[in-house]
Design a protein. Structure first.
Length: 347
């Protein structure tokens, strides 16, 4: 059975874009058809200025929402990245294989670094190297497929390059993964700026629908969505991005085709109203299950604990093999640290 890995960063509240673009596919397809691992990648949230308490809250909320959306710990492995040391262990090895040039070419690094500088902040080294950590997340588990949106395919390509380079230089250690983009709703755009992705960490404005938004809040945001000049409801991403975004959201919520839906509506108002109601209905069961899980935090903690144990057991043999292949001397670690335990310096 193929192995699938993907994750969410607790850098902001999960959005409709996260759900339609990734999470729903994990629930409906990946956990049933693959040996699937899903991770709250909390180490990635440390690459920019952050509040520690907020990262912890969003990590817990993210895991709870993934379960509320339908991830089943009996079918998949759900865990928190920092609970499995093999991610950080492997990341350093891959930094020793990656080049400065290829990580600086990452589009997301350029965009996020520019935003940090514009805010008057400094750019952390971890922001530059986090695509290598992402590669470690993927490669540690012998991942075959990584279901991602098109904004993350460049990072999967880096993981492929690093895996192939390591294998060529030091011997076969990693499976070379491939990206598998979603079919519909792959890139939900901001309702106030339909040329930009609906991102959870970049904005708190009315253009973002969050998974925990109340129904009336959802309706208000969708009804105020930016459309385009003219009155015809036409599906054309290039010339009518606002209308196209609404049609794609409606299509993703209802299972219809956005082009076919464009012929149904004669006004923007009717399209917005139906889109808003479709979003409310899609989010309703997720929000109801989220409330149930919040009332039983011990269950979520148990799922994450068991998931980390399973993930650790899967990742450790691969990472230990990579340590041997690259030339590191085995240590004297016990059962908790594997063959390559931390060597304490003599005092």
């Amino acid at each position: 059975m193929k192995r699938v890995f993907s994750g969410v960063t607790p850098s902001g509240h999960l959005t409709l874009g996260n759900y339609l673009g990734a999470i729903r596919r994990w629930v409906e397809v990946d956990q049933h058809q693959a040996d699937a691992l899903f991770c709250v990648v909390d180490l990635h949230a440390l690459t920019v200025e952050h509040d520690p308490g907020r990262v912890r809250r969003l990590s817990r909320q993210g895991a709870t929402l993934l379960l509320a959306a339908g991830l089943d710990p009996g079918l998949c492995t759900l865990f928190v990245q920092s609970h499995v040391d093999e991610h950080a262990r492997l990341s350093y090895l891959l930094e020793c294989v990656a080049t400065d040039g290829e990580v600086r070419r990452m589009i997301q690094y350029k965009e996020k670094a520019a935003r940090e500088r514009a805010r008057g902040g400094s750019v952390r080294l971890s922001l530059l190297t986090y695509p290598v950590l992402m590669a470690a997340d993927i490669l540690a588990y012998g991942t075959d497929e990584v279901p991602v949106g098109d904004d993350q395919t460049q990072h999967v390509e880096l993981a492929r390059d690093l895996a192939a380079r390591f294998n060529q230089r030091y011997g076969q250690a990693f499976v070379v993964p491939r990206a598998t983009p979603p079919r519909v709703g792959a890139r939900v755009m901001n309702l106030q700026d339909p040329t930009s992705k609906m991102g959870k960490s970049d904005d708190v404005g009315p253009g973002i629908v969050y998974l925990l938004d109340e129904p009336d809040v959802v309706r208000k945001k969708v009804m105020r969505a930016v459309t385009d000049s003219g009155r015809a409801v036409v599906y054309d991403r290039a010339s009518r991005p606002g209308v196209a975004n609404l049609l794609e959201i409606l299509a993703a919520c209802t299972g219809e085709n956005p082009s076919a839906l464009s012929g149904v509506y004669e006004s923007y108002g009717a399209l917005k109203k139906d889109t808003a109601e479709a979003v409310v209905e899609v989010l309703r069961p997720v929000q109801e299950r989220h409330r149930e899980l919040c009332a039983d935090p011990g269950y979520v903690e148990g799922v994450l604990r068991d998931g980390a144990e399973r993930a650790r057991a899967m990742a450790r043999p691969t990472v230990d093999a990579a340590y041997r292949a690259i030339g590191l001397l085995p240590g004297g670690g016990g059962r908790d640290t594997g063959d390559f335990g931390v060597l304490s310096a003599a005092r």
